[in-house]
Design a protein around this ligand. Structure first.
Ligand SMILES: [Zn+2]
Length: 542
């Protein structure tokens, strides 16, 4: 049996793992690469395997970095089955269509430029129609149900507590009479989060594939974060301002609605504090509908609330905004309010219009409740930009900016270890994926020191033969080229961070004495660094 890693290797997006036996090929997840343009360009590259030869795609959850290349896989010949839970399929339908919509409009925009430059036109990664078509390949199953794919392969989905429908995968594969059990964590959630259940524990595995997004971090306390958010809302309302919350349409937005419902309906909140809360995102509205249809998968608290007759996604001062016109009118209204809108990183969607109309006004507040990736508008503002370019206009950033960090849907290192501690039989080996280098390294160390589990942090394209309880690495020349490019890009990104840190150190002025004493040496070192950069440029032929 072979296992190969084609994404989320030393970074967090593009999850894609290929497992091949003599008879079958199965993929675990088929996600999109997201982030810097160089990384996103990989979405257009050919799959490093023949999609026609894939028998099954097993999908852990609907997030685009796990599902976003499914329509491309189908376009390029995939004829197998996509195996997932029902909510994952339902959420995928809206998320893949939304992703296609973004792909189509990106292509239109890029092609206007290419036409002017006389260049060849670009095709979108996939269209809305193609996204819709790919949904017909899904076959859905329940949690905890034994799913027999064929005589050799069976699997069980366990709740991963990450987003609605998310699953940990227990996979049993038989080859030549040898049975091997692989466990793939998918994205692991944080226990105690609203609406969804806690991640389930797993007792044993021969091989473990585990995510490491926050392998080196401890999250802020959740209820403190919620209190902080309420406090910001009330202080902003008192001075007559608007609170903008860029939020992922699926998951985070429903969580916020659920918590605000609890606050406004169950805590004796004074009437005057019940300012209008607008959910301005058609996709969030669709996703909320899917949540409501799947209450059977909610945790006990949420079920109790529903059984008591409350709809946790509705309260008196909550409004869902569907039409574009109504959305635009929000910016003419002068009363205190909260606008929760997508996208979560402010790089697309209606939130951009609201930012344009509200960033300049010091009465207002902007609250980030999720991860802001490098290169996004959200990150730019979070990093302290005083002016940003938005929808063709330069806008001053004068409002209050907050970063409330305790909402993460990923287990932090404390909870990753807690989850691992429930293995009764230790895996022979672990593969650490879905984490940047520092995070993956940190988890890998903990695996060894705390649990005695040896682990591998695969590079893009790394393959391993699993036989008689041993793993050995295989390599593939074509893949190595891609891998090397990822590797160098990674190093350059680290270098970028270090240069930024150096700049800060020098700007801080604390080191004036050292600076004066070592001025000549420092200057020489910087000149040396510049000449090394020149050499790299020469090597790359520029
Ligand atoms: Zn996820």
């Amino acid at each position: 049996m072979e296992i190969k890693f084609f994404g989320a290797t030393k970074f967090v997006t593009g999850s894609n793992i290929l497992i091949s036996t003599k008879k079958y090929n199965l993929l675990l997840d088929c996600g999109m690469f997201q982030g810097e343009k160089e990384i996103e360009d990989f979405n257009f590259a050919q799959f490093p395997y023949d999609p026609q030869k894939i028998d099954y795609l097993i999908l852990t959850h609907a997030h685009i970095d796990h599902s976003g290349r499914i329509p491309k896989l189908v376009n390029e010949g995939f004829k197998g089955k996509i195996i997932s839970t029902k909510p994952t399929m339902q959420l995928c339908e809206i998320m893949l269509k939304d992703s296609a919509h973004i792909q189509e409009s990106d292509a239109v925009w890029e092609n206007n430029r290419r036409k002017r430059a006389g260049e060849e036109l670009k095709k979108p990664l996939y269209t809305i129609q193609e996204a819709q078509h790919s949904i017909s390949y899904f076959k859905t199953y329940d949690y905890d149900q034994e799913i027999k794919l064929n005589d050799d392969i069976k699997l069980i989905f366990r709740d991963a507590g990450h987003i609605l429908g998310s699953a940990i995968l227990e996979l049993w594969i038989n080859e030549d009479g040898n049975n091997i059990k692989i466990v793939y964590s998918g994205d692991l959630g944080m226990p105690g989060r609203p609406i969804i259940r806690n991640p389930e524990y797993i007792a044993d595995a021969d091989y473990l594939i585990i995510e490491s997004t926050y392998g080196n971090r401890i999250h802020e306390n959740y209820s403190d974060s919620m209190d902080k958010l309420i406090d910001i809302i009330e202080r902003t309302a008192l001075r007559g301002g608007t609170v903008l919350i860029p939020s992922f349409a699926v998951g985070r937005t429903q969580e916020l609605i659920y918590e605000l419902n609890k606050y406004y309906e169950y805590t004796n909140t004074e009437e005057y504090k019940k300012i209008p809360i607008y959910i301005d995102s058609p996709m969030a509205i669709e996703a909320t509908r899917i949540f409501q249809e799947n209450a059977i998968y909610f945790d006990e608290d949420a079920k109790k609330l529903i059984l008591s007759g409350d709809n946790p996604f509705a309260f008196d001062n909550l409004r869902y905004v569907q039409s574009q016109e109504e959305s635009m009118n929000l910016n003419k209204a002068q009363y205190p309010k909260v606008i929760i809108s997508a996208s979560g990183m402010a790089n697309a969607g209606r939130i951009r219009h609201h930012l344009k109309h509200n960033l300049w006004n010091p009465q207002n507040s902007l609250v980030f409740v999720g991860y802001q990736a490098e290169g996004t508008l959200g990150r730019l503002i979070l990093d302290g930009a005083k002016k940003v370019k938005l929808l063709g206009e330069e806008i001053a950033v004068e409002l209050e900016v907050y970063n409330v960090q305790g909402f993460s849907a990923h287990a932090d290192i404390v909870h990753l270890k807690e989850w691992l501690s429930h293995f009764e039989k230790k895996p022979k080996k672990a593969f650490v994926v879905h984490g940047e280098v520092d995070a993956a390294n940190s988890l890998s160390r903990e695996l060894l020191y705390d649990f005695g589990i040896e682990s591998i942090i695969p590079n893009f394209g790394d393959g391993f033969i699993i036989k008689d309880g041993f793993t050995s690495q295989i390599s593939d020349l074509d893949i190595n080229i891609l891998n090397e490019r990822f590797d160098i890009l990674n190093e350059i990104e680290l270098l970028e961070d270090e240069i930024k840190n150096l700049k800060l150190l020098i700007e801080e002025n604390k080191n004036d004495k050292i600076l004066r004493k070592s001025y000549d040496i420092l200057k020489n070192k910087v000149t040396e660094a510049k000449s090394v950069l020149l050499e790299i440029n020469l090597l790359l032929g520029k």
